[in-house]
Design a protein around this ligand. Structure first.
Ligand code: SAM
Length: 286
């Protein structure tokens, strides 16, 4: 049976109607699954955390490669199917919970203490309606993670893996770049899923950096500046930071921009990540 036949068989057997509100688009393309798993570079002593395993199409391959696979799935119907399908495996753990409510630090700590696990890797065909909160949670929780390999909507992927000040840059680009080195693995057509999503997808790999891309005196201030700068990206940086209260006065803003060798009419997208870091360090100590 190929993956399409297997998916249809499982959906019929368990009377599954894909839930739109849970972002259920099941992969039916063996080649894509293989590319995601290859892109994740899984080694025998890795712990893999799979978010939204669904019917388990990718889980099967992950179980064969990793020391242990922890599946986090919100839909109880999927948990039942995964339980039936993988009953013979002793390296799977199923968690029926909302991924956004999981305490990843605690989960990883327990696994590292308990087993001979070397690296922790997240692998997922993400539910697209919560892509950004999931990525932000994984990056901002200071997790002991090696990599994140995920399929997301193409437009989102382009923003995530863009370099700061590129044409697809948004505030989240800086977060990803600060924490990770990213690469595109492949594009995936909407015909690789049932039901077919309206959008094209992309698989990306984020390798967590040993040290962040830039040194800042305060991470919160750094990301706050970027957030405000990009929230009103058509405005000048001077006006955005004045409106948000980060510059106390126009005079102060002009002076700081001058010290940074930036023009008064500079906009967020003209700044490099190093510029934002230097701006943070000035604002933090003033
Ligand atoms: N991995 C499967 C595949 O590739 O065929 C399914 C991927 S489907 C795009 C997303 C999966 O995430 C679904 O199984 C859905 O039930 C699950 N999901 C949706 N929201 C979730 C949440 N908040 N927490 C955990 N899982 C969730």
């Amino acid at each position: 049976m190929n993956l399409l036949e297997e998916t249809k068989f499982l959906m019929k057997k368990y009377k599954i109607k894909a839930s739109k509100s849970l972002g259920q688009n099941f992969l039916i393309d063996d080649e894509v699954i293989q590319d995601i798993v290859d892109g994740a570079n899984i080694e025998p002593d890795d712990l893999v955390i799979e978010i939204g395993p669904g019917l388990g199409s990718m889980t099967k391959l992950l179980l064969e490669k990793a020391k242990k696979v922890i599946c986090i799935e919100f839909d109880m119907k999927m948990i039942k199917i995964l339980n039936d399908r993988f009953i013979a495996y002793d390296n799977i753990e199923l968690i029926n919970q909302d991924v956004l409510k999981i305490d990843f630090n605690e989960l990883i700590k327990q696994e590292k203490e308990a087993g001979k696990i070397k690296n922790v890797k997240v692998v997922a065909n993400l539910p697209y309606y919560i892509t950004t909160p999931i990525i932000m949670k994984l990056l901002e929780s200071n997790l002991d993670l090696k990599s994140i390999t995920v399929m997301v909507q193409k437009e989102v992927a382009e923003r995530l893996i863009e370099i700061p000040s590129g044409k697809n840059t948004g505030a989240i680009t800086y977060t990803v770049y600060y924490y990770c080195k990213s690469t595109k693995i492949r594009e995936v057509s909407n015909t690789s899923f049932i039901p077919m999503p309206e959008v094209t997808s992309e698989v990306i790999n984020l390798e967590l950096r040993e040290t962040p891309a830039v040194q800042v005196k305060n991470k919160e201030v750094f990301f706050k500046i970027i957030k405000f700068a990009y929230m009103q990206r058509r405005k000048t940086l001077l006006n955005s930071l004045l409106n948000s209260g980060l510059f106390k006065s126009k005079e102060e803003g002009v002076k700081i921009l001058k010290v940074l060798n930036l023009r008064e009419d500079v906009r967020a997208e003209n700044l490099t990540i190093e510029d934002f870091a230097r701006l943070t360090n000035i604002l933090f100590i003033r």
